[in-house]
Design a protein around this ligand. Structure first.
Ligand code: ADP
Length: 288
């Protein structure tokens, strides 16, 4: 009997498998670094501004890395990827699992982190600083040599599957020290730094992801570059690659370029009228 058949689908890991190759253009040496981390099973912290490609990168790596674990599992191109968006209401129970009432009485149901630990795969905690401190603590024993997940409610300790890897993302932010990652947590990870792609690369990403022609994509990449440089005092974050893609998608839907940029970029970036005016001037200069 295969492991996949023994585990109810609602509790296994197969549904998390990344089966199609995600589009990802490498920006630096992040692919090589991640592969090395994977071979050594070193937990990875992806550091960088929002919307710069961290999530897409993990999706791509999950697809790319060959599964090395259980030979009983069906042949598949990539690893399962369990993504959890962290927020302040996320509890340890949400990650680990809970007892639920069922027709047969009370039944234990693994949470997403437990599923990755038990059956192998990448668990990606997106925006980990948003999680409460007591929630973050449960990853500590998983991120050192022990690689264990204690489940208090079941008085059980699960050793991590050989294919388990913990990856977290974190936006160090601009002028923000309130939401910093505790040293006792961050020193458990190797860190790969992300930033916005170069103008030439961003153009290719926008062209592909927004479905716009090369001229439009080039103009949007230039716009991104110029707005980022406009902000010498670091008052604003972005515009992210994601926002440039949104503007492109609006254009692909027939929205006039300046209106598309006003809506997807200027208004999305800030509520400050002065700052928005500055952004608008750059938009007007690029899309005359
Ligand atoms: P983050 O997780 O850093 O907030 P995402 O990974 O969600 O950002 O990136 C936002 C979008 O930008 C992605 O959905 C993708 O369309 C695009 N993107 C950013 N960087 C890249 C890249 N290097 N290759 C391909 N697409 C990218």
């Amino acid at each position: 009997m295969t492991l996949a058949a023994a585990v109810p689908k609602s509790q296994g890991i197969e549904e998390y498998r990344v089966v199609e190759e995600p589009f990802y253009l490498p920006v630096g040496d992040e692919v090589t670094l991640f592969e090395a981390a994977w071979r050594e099973r070193i937990p990875v912290l992806l550091k960088g501004p929002t919307g710069c490609g961290k999530t897409r990168f993990v999706e791509y790596m999950s697809w790319k890395l060959a599964r090395s674990g259980d030979p009983a599992l069906p042949q598949a191109p990539g690893l399962p990827l369990v993504t959890i968006s962290c927020h302040e209401d996320l509890t340890a129970t949400d990650l680990v699992g809970r007892y639920l009432l069922s027709g047969r009485g009370t039944e234990w149901v693994d949470g997403p982190l437990t599923r990755a630990v038990r059956y192998g795969g990448i668990c990606y905690l997106d925006e980990v600083v948003e999680a409460r401190k007591d929630t973050i603590v449960i990853i500590h024993s998983l991120t050192d040599h022990r690689r264990l997940l204690p489940i208090e409610k079941r008085a059980e300790v699960i050793p991590a599957h050989s294919d388990f890897l913990l990856v977290v993302s974190y936006n160090p932010g601009y002028q923000s020290t309130v939401k910093d990652l505790k040293h006792s947590t961050r020193q458990r990870f190797m860190a790969i730094e992300f930033n916005y792609p170069s103008q030439a690369l961003e153009m290719r990403i926008i062209e592909r992801e927004a479905g716009v022609d090369p001229e439009r994509a080039a103009a949007l990449a230039l716009l991104g570059y110029q707005i980022r440089n406009l902000d010498q005092q670091n008052l604003l974050e972005g515009p992210s690659t994601r926002l440039l893609i949104y503007a492109g998608r609006l254009m692909a839907q027939g929205v006039a370029p300046r209106l598309a940029c006003e809506t997807a970029i200027a208004q999305a970036m800030t509520d400050d009228t002065l700052l928005a005016d500055g952004v608008r001037q750059v938009i007007d200069a690029v899309f005359r």
